[in-house]
Ligand binder design. Structure first.
Ligand code: SAM
Length: 272
């Protein structure tokens, strides 16, 4: 692994923390450009690792809060950036971090990162709960996950993640990244995505639990008709008068259709 000429610290990538470090300067510059960090912004980086994105982001924004779970990497980051008064390090599992405590106000957080792919779905769902605090998010994710986030009705990628994310956020696939840009190389392709909370939202306001319940039931068995899958959410009487064609399958409904169904769950008090 090392020769005497190498840096004094050599970190062995930990698989359990989804560590694939970016080394491609071109990709790093493209991500930083997509974020366009500026002074006075509240930047939060998830999984700074060895600082590939941290250094240019901190330089441009003058301030950055980094969340890193790996004790050795946290020590390395402290050594490298601890002297910068704009640098704050939270050594913790991002899934346990209280984002409300980090936000100086509504719609203030700019959350970024080359995310650990093993926790990306629970992390995205968790961040959605904090959407009022978030200005925008720019993430590197597994390409397949970005395709699911961005998918529209009728596509095989369209599912629970697509509907829940698109209800809250505009989703833009910015560019794809090949495995060779990382060390070690991941087994999958990656992509950078921008998620921007919708303000104002074009959708009716619904109880998040009601929307989650309808969407979960609909996609629980993708191949069945909604008449079958929505039975656990609506009574037979309700099913007969729903404002959608219940002979369709989950992937045929738009986000707006799901919102209209969630409104009915609210009104009838049938949500769990
Ligand atoms: N940003 C660096 C880069 O681009 O080279 C590292 C990206 S690497 C894909 C993911 C990073 O997230 C690693 O540094 C890993 O230790 C960290 N990480 C993994 N699970 C985490 C968790 N639950 N909470 C916070 N950080 C985590």
């Amino acid at each position: 692994m090392s020769s005497a000429i190498e840096e004094s610290y050599h970190h062995r990538a930990r698989k359990r923390f989804g560590q694939n470090f970016l080394h491609d300067e071109h990709v790093i510059n493209r991500i930083v450009k997509a974020i366009t960090p500026g002074p006075g912004q509240k930047l939060v980086e998830i999984g700074p690792g060895q600082g590939a994105l941290t250094a240019p982001l901190l330089a441009a924004a003058g301030q950055l809060t980094a969340i890193e779970i790996d004790r050795d990497l946290a020590a390395l980051l402290r050594t490298r950036y601890g002297g910068n008064p704009g640098f704050e390090l939270i050594e913790n599992d991002v899934l346990a971090v209280d984002f409300a405590a980090l936000a100086p106000g509504p719609a203030s957080l700019r959350i970024v990162g080359n995310l650990p792919y093993n926790i990306s779905t629970p992390l995205l769902f968790r961040l959605l709960q904090h959407h009022p605090l978030i200005h925008d998010m720019v993430f590197m994710l597994q390409l397949e996950v970005v395709q699911r986030l961005a998918a529209g009705p009728g596509s095989g990628d369209y599912g629970r993640l697509s509907v829940m994310m698109q209800y809250y956020c505009e989703v833009e696939l910015l560019f794809k990244v090949a495995p060779g840009s990382f060390t070690p190389r991941p087994k999958v392709d990656s992509a950078v995505v921008r998620l921007t909370p919708r303000r104002p939202s074009p959708f009716a306001a619904v109880q998040p639990e009601a929307l989650a319940r309808v969407v979960k039931a609909a996609f629980s068995q993708r191949r069945k008709t909604l008449r079958n899958t929505l039975k656990e959410v609506f009574s037979a009487e309700q099913l007969a008068v729903l404002p959608i064609d219940t002979g369709l399958r989950a992937e045929n409904l738009s986000v707006d259709d799901y919102v209209r169904l969630a409104v009915l769950v609210d009104q009838d008090g049938t949500s769990a």
